[in-house]
Design a protein around this ligand. Structure first.
Ligand SMILES: Nc1nc2c(ncn2[C@@H]2O[C@H](COP(=O)(O)O)[C@@H](O)[C@H]2O)c(=O)[nH]1
Ligand SMILES: [Mn+2]
Ligand SMILES: [Mn+2]
Length: 457
């Protein structure tokens, strides 16, 4: 190991964490060339491809490595949070119709295409421009870009390094959520913890909000597949040995490192454009149900949780440029960060933590402590405690769907199998996960959200 391994967890959560290979993976990551300070995991950690999901690793810039396993196959999977002006108490009756309308507007399911069919030239524009492409083509307002991490665009994107096969997979997938863990969800604010920050974010008790969780779809997956294959062949040329072949990596400043990074940025841009178009469809569905009286759906924030970014961080008292890999980890920058919209600058960035379709989700705020402890990062969800197959064995989907309905949660899903794999028992207790990040000081609790309708892939 080149650096120590750092685990943020409680004793209770450790019981689940030690059951899979995630801690072995954490240790393996600590051996990678150029890693700084520590190999880190968040309390929602679970086993992933090479790197654990819930992992953070910062590598020296530019000689340290970049590893696709530290980002994940769903490049820029992330979450968008929309805030409405309506209260749940006045609108319970409309929730079921809203869930059906959302399901009709947002194509869901594996490989499902959307209504937008791009030409290859248009797709290249999307890959270069990210969410800007969406607003330039009438899907949302320019103002919304200020409420996205990196304003919805990574400038280093180069579509030339995205293969034809990857592009073909993306041509009809804008505006779609995909399968399984991805969702569009209607929630309400059950509770606020920090009234000052809640007010700054425009959140209040009882308010209806919506979550959109998806990423770069088949295009991002293909980018990862293509470049992992190339890196596997190139790695020995750079004299790199890794304890697990899934940790394939090359120096960031190598030819293969630069090609992957530019393709990853392009896939990240596709994901931001995708969430922006879904958000526009969500607004259409909302208006169809509530009319003009439904008011505006305001973008509160859009965060990535599978990405690598070049950032400045203080390490042993010196400010250094590093390549921060966040794989199932959300950026959690504190107050003063210049990219934030002016009204959020005093309180830190919104950190959006989905829990599960039957429990709850959280909105947190980033802190300066996250810069000291975790390269400005936080957890990204509750994290799986059961594999998909174990969840399928344990959950009875038709019974679960009915139970959730009795609790006032309408579930629209492509299949019962999808519901079983995503059953709340498949996930850790999100409250315990959030308590750990809040107690460690890397994020502050702002609001707790309760679901009332979930559209699953
Ligand atoms: N509010 C909801 N949260 C959900 C749902 N399904 C999954 N999840 C949470 O999302 C995170 C992130 O997932 P990942 O696939 O990107 O790792 C996961 O850990 C769960 O806690 C849902 O339907 N609603
Ligand atoms: Mn995700
Ligand atoms: Mn994803």
């Amino acid at each position: 190991m080149r650096v120590p391994a750092q685990i943020l967890a409680s004793e209770g959560l450790l019981d689940a964490i030690i059951k899979d290979r995630s801690l072995n993976q954490l240790v393996n990551v600590a051996t990678l060339p150029g890693i700084k300070k520590a190999s880190m995991v968040m309390p929602d950690v679970h086993e992933g491809y090479g790197f654990p999901i819930g992992g953070v690793a910062a590598m020296d810039y530019p000689e340290g490595v970049i590893s696709p396993g530290g980002i994940g196959y769903d490049i820029n999977c992330g979450v968008q949070l929309l805030a409405s002006q309506l209260q749940i108490k006045d609108n319970r009756d409309a929730v079921e119709a809203l869930s059906k309308e959302l399901h009709a507007h947002v194509p869901a399911g594996m490989g499902k295409g959307g209504t937008i069919k791009l030409t290859t030239e248009q797709l290249d524009e999307v890959l270069a421009e990210g969410a800007n492409w969406a607003v330039n083509h009438g899907y949302g307002t320019r103002e919304s870009l200020s409420y996205m991490e990196s304003h919805g665009k990574l400038n280093d994107a180069d579509p030339a390094f995205v293969s034809t096969m990857a592009k073909n997979r993306g041509l009809d997938q804008l505006g779609t959520i995909g399968s399984g863990n991805h969702f569009v969800e209607v929630d309400f604010v059950e509770k606020t913890y920090n009234n000052t920050i809640a007010k700054t974010y425009g959140l209040q008790k009882g308010q209806i909000v919506l979550l959109i969780h998806t990423g770069s779809r088949g295009l991002g997956h293909q980018v990862a597949t293509d470049h992992i294959r190339k890196m596997m062949m190139a790695m020995s040329h750079y004299g790199i040995n890794v304890p697990d072949r899934e940790l394939t990596c090359v120096p960031f400043n190598s030819k293969e490192g630069q090609e992957y990074f530019k393709a990853m940025c392009a896939a990240a841009n596709f994901a931001w454009c995708n969430r922006q178009i879904i958000s526009w469809e969500v607004k259409n569905a909302w208006e169809n149900i509530f009319g003009k009286e439904g008011g505006d759906l305001r973008l509160l924030y859009d965060v990535a949780h599978n990405i690598a970014k070049i950032e400045m961080h203080t390490i042993e008292g010196t400010s250094r440029k590093v390549i921060v890999h966040r794989k199932g980890a959300t950026r959690a920058f504190g107050p003063g960060f210049k990219e934030l919209p002016p009204e959020y600058k005093g309180v830190g960035q919104p950190v959006i933590i989905p829990g599960s379709m039957g429990t709850c989700s959280y909105v947190l705020a980033g802190t300066s402590k996250s810069h000291e402890m975790t390269f400005g990062s936080c957890c990204h969800g509750a994290g799986r405690r059961l594999s998909r197959s174990a969840a399928k064995r344990q959950a009875n989907a038709p019974v679960l769907k009915e139970k959730l309905r009795e609790q006032g949660i309408f579930v629209e899903a492509g299949s019962f199998r999808g519901i079983a794999e995503e059953a709340p028992i498949a996930y850790k207790d999100v409250g315990s996960v959030v308590d750990v990040v809040s107690a460690s000081g890397i994020a502050k609790k702002v609001a707790k959200l309760k679901p009332v309708a979930v559209i699953k892939g």
